[in-house]
Design a protein around this ligand. Structure first.
Ligand code: FES
Length: 184
């Protein structure tokens, strides 16, 4: 089963406004109130509206947990870009989710240097303690999904991982339960 299909099965609550199918629910704009103010402030700090695209997409993902086609269209209109351009950027960067994901999106570095220091054992402990059982599969409660990724740029801190945008280093199988318990 693909990540996209799993995402559709376990869409988190914050994704409720945007249909994973892109047509069923009316899109509720992201950029209203404080979020619109944030965007307006970005416009003052960057030379062009286009230059604010990456931080604008981060705002969408923080707000909704993923970036739907409808949200891409909203960003395109506000930044005076085409939806196709925005889609191209979103699909280029793997950190933007194009489908609903688990609340805690866990990425573990299993590239060789981390692997020889025990990353595989950390992955197995994560799969066991989250109930995910398999890589890329969202846990039955919708809270966790575990992915193996390439170098996170912290090769001296084995084993490093990321939970959403938060970086955590020196994880061992023994510290996995406390790490999971610390996630809200
Ligand atoms: S190889 Fe794991 S962080 Fe670089």
């Amino acid at each position: 089963m693909t990540q996209a299909e799993m995402g559709e099965m376990h869409a988190p609550a914050h994704a409720a406004h945007d249909s994973p199918h892109g047509h069923a629910d009316a899109h509720v704009p992201v950029f209203t109130g404080a979020r619109r103010k944030e965007l307006d402030e970005l416009f003052t700090r960057y030379p062009t509206k286009m230059a604010t695209l990456l931080p604008a997409l981060w705002i969408v993902q923080e707000e909704r947990g993923w970036v739907s086609s409808e949200a891409m269209a909203e960003v395109a209109e506000l930044l005076e870009l085409t939806p196709a351009y925005v889609k191209g950027v979103v699909s280029f960067y793997t950190m933007y989710h194009q489908h609903p994901v688990a609340k805690h999106f866990i990425q573990v570095c299993t590239t060789s240097p981390c692997n020889v220091c025990g990353a595989e054992d950390v992955v197995n402990a994560l799969l066991r303690h989250t109930g995910c059982e398999e890589l890329g599969v969202t846990s039955p409660d919708g809270k966790y999904a575990v992915f193996e990724v390439d170098c996170l740029g912290a090769c001296g801190c084995n084993t490093p991982l990321m939970v959403n945008e938060k970086f955590i280093e020196s994880v061992t199988p023994d510290t996995v339960p406390a790490l999971l318990a610390s996630l809200s």
